[in-house]
Design a binder for this molecule. Sequence first.
Ligand code: ATP
Ligand code: MG
Length: 565
Amino acid sequence: MQDNKYAKLMEEVKKEEVVEARPLNFLEEIIENDLSSGRHTSVLTRFPPEPNGYLHIGHAKSICLNFGLAKQYGGKTNLRFDDTNPVKEDTEYVDSIKNDIQWLGFQWANEFYASDYFEQLYEWAVQMIKNGLAYVDDQTQEEIRAGRGTVQTPGTNSPYRDRSVEENLDLFERMKNGEFPDGSRVLRAKIDMAHPNMMFRDPLMYRIIHADHHRTGSKWCIYPMYDYAHGQCDSIENITHSICTLEFDVHRPLYDWFIEKLNIFPSHQYEFARLNLTYTVMSKRKLLELVRNNFVSGWDDPRMPTICGLRRRGYTPESIRAFAEKVGVAKRDNMIDLSLLEWCLRDDLNKRSNRYMAVLNPVKLVIDNWPADVESEICTAPKNQENPDAGTREIAFTKELYIEREDFMEEPPKKFFRLRPGGEVRLKYSYIVKCESVVKDENGEITEIHCTYDPTTKPGNGTWRSVKGTIHWVSAQHAKKVEARIYDRLFTEADMGGIPEGKDYKAYLNPESLVVKEALVEPALLEDNSGIAVQFERNGYYIKDADSTPEKLVFNKATGLKSSF
Ligand code: ATP
Ligand code: MG
C-alpha cells in the first residue's frame, strides 16, 4: 500500500517535470537572447501597481510573471507604486498590495514609489524645455483635445507651441510654485502634431493638481503623466524588462522616445495579453463600485476576484501560482474559463486538505437494531486519503444519525446507488445499513428513515462486503452546527467584457451568488488547525471565515469537488 502510494507520487513528480519542459514563452526567449548576447548581464523586472484599489487575479498574473521571470533567471524584482495621481491614491491600498504580494509568495528587492522620483523627473522636464523639446500650453483641455486631430486627419499646432525657452522655463517653474489653478496650463512634449501615431502629437507631460499626495503631502502641485513617468522610473531603477499589458503597445514608441531624448538607461517595454476571466469583472473602477453600492460585503467578499477575496474564499497561493503558470503568456487577448482557476484550487486542496463529514440538508436516520447498551462506537478515518502523513480522526457512531436528504429516494431512478426503501448503503467509515421504513409528517415529508445495520460490516474488523453506494453522515448527538456560506459566481454572463453599450454590467449580478445554510458537522472539524480549506466529504472545500465567533463558526465554500460547468 505504502509502496503503491510512493510509486504514484513518483509518477506525479515525473509528470510535473514534463510540464516544466514546456517550450519557452516569448518573454523567456527575449530574456535568454538578451543574456546570451550580453545585452544584459542580469534581469531586473518591476511590478508597478497604482495604489488606488485592491489587487485582483489579473494583477496576480502580472505578479507571477514579473517575479517569476526574474527568479527563473537569477534576477530581482522591484515593487514600484505608480503614485502619480494624488486624487485616487491611498496608504490603505499600499498596505494591502504589499500584503497580497507576500501572501502570493513573492518578495521584492526594493520598495519604490514613482513619487520618490518627482524631483528627478522635474529636472529632466526642465532639461527638455532647454533642449526645445517641451513647452507650456495654456489651452483648455477641450482645445487641446480638438487640436490633436483624428487618426485620419493631422492635428493643429497650439498657439503657445513656439514660446521661447525662457518663457517656458519661467511658466513651468511658476506652475510648480503653485501660481496657477488646476487645469489652466500643462507641459507638453514638442514632437509632431501630424504624427501618424496619435501618442506623438505633443503628449502631455505634466498637469496641475492642487491636492495632498499620500506621500509628498503638499510639496508638489504638478504631477507627471503616465507616459512621461513610467519609462523614466524604469530607467532610474535600471529595469531591464518592463513587462505590461497589450494596451500599452501604442505607448511603447513614446516610452522609447523619452528615454532616447534624455539619454538615460535604456529600459525596454514588452507587452503580453491581460488576463480576462469568464463571469468576472476586473477593472478596479467596477470593483470599487460593487463595494461602494454594497453589492458585495467589501473588497474581500469571497465572490470578488480580488486577491483578498480569493484568499477569504479559500484559495491558496499555490493554486493561484499554478493558475498563472497554466494560463501562460499570450500575445493576443483571450478569455480564460473561470473553471480553470477552480480546477487549480481543487487540484491543490485535494492533495493537502483534511476531510470531515458535514450534512447540509439533514434528515434523521435511526438504526433500530442498535444495541441499547452501546451509547456510541468510534470509527477511525483518514484525515486525507491522498496523504498518509495527515493521520487519522475519530468519529462517534450512534443510534441516531443525520444524512443528506438527497441521499435517500423513495422511488429512485435507475443508477441511483444511494439509500432507498429495502436497499443497502455503506455509511462512510462504518457499517452497511438497510432501509426498513420511513416516517412522514402530515405534509408527506420524510422526518425519519429507519434502518437496520449489519454488525459484521465494520471496516477494519468485519468481513468485507461491498455495496454500490457510500454516503456520509453525522452523529445526531455529537454533530455541531455551523453556518455554511455557499458561493457561486458573481455574474450570470460569461463574457462580461462583451456587454453591449448602454447595458449596465450590474444587471448581470447573480442573485444566487450567496446562499446561507446551517450545516451539521463532525466535531473534529472544530479542532482543525491546518490553516487551509477543509473538504466536506462528497460536497466541496470550505474554509473557516473570520466572521466566526466561539458560538457560531462560519465556513465559506471555496469550490465543489467537481466542475459545476
Ligand atoms: P485595472 O484596469 O484593473 O484598474 P490597472 O492596469 O489600472 O488595472 P495597475 O495598478 O496600473 O492597474 O496595474 C499594475 C500592473 O498589473 C500593470 O503592469 C498592469 O499591466 C497589470 N495588470 C492589471 N490588470 C491586469 C490583468 N487583467 N492581467 C494582467 N495584468 C494586469
Ligand atoms: Mg493602470
